[in-house]
Design a protein around this ligand. Sequence first.
Ligand code: ZN
Ligand code: ZN
Length: 87
Amino acid sequence: MTQPIVEEMDEAIRQGASRLEERHCRICGCTEENACQVERTVAGKKVITGCAWVDYDLCDSPSCLQRAGFSELAATAVIAAAKQEEL
Ligand SMILES: [Zn+2]
Ligand SMILES: [Zn+2]
């Protein structure tokens, strides 16, 4: 049983609130307002979109994932799960 995503977010915000004023990537420093551009394959086509969060302070830019030790496949799964929650 997984926790509701909202509770996870609250927890992440509590943990991050003391040191972060604005949510940003710990590797590249991008923010919601200033997202980096990530090339993805969507429905078989390559598109450039803004990055997405894979962790509270980690975006899915390939270089960030690599430095954080996140596999791209794992990140894709996280994003897919998050998108389903939004829908
Ligand atoms: Zn990043
Ligand atoms: Zn980013």
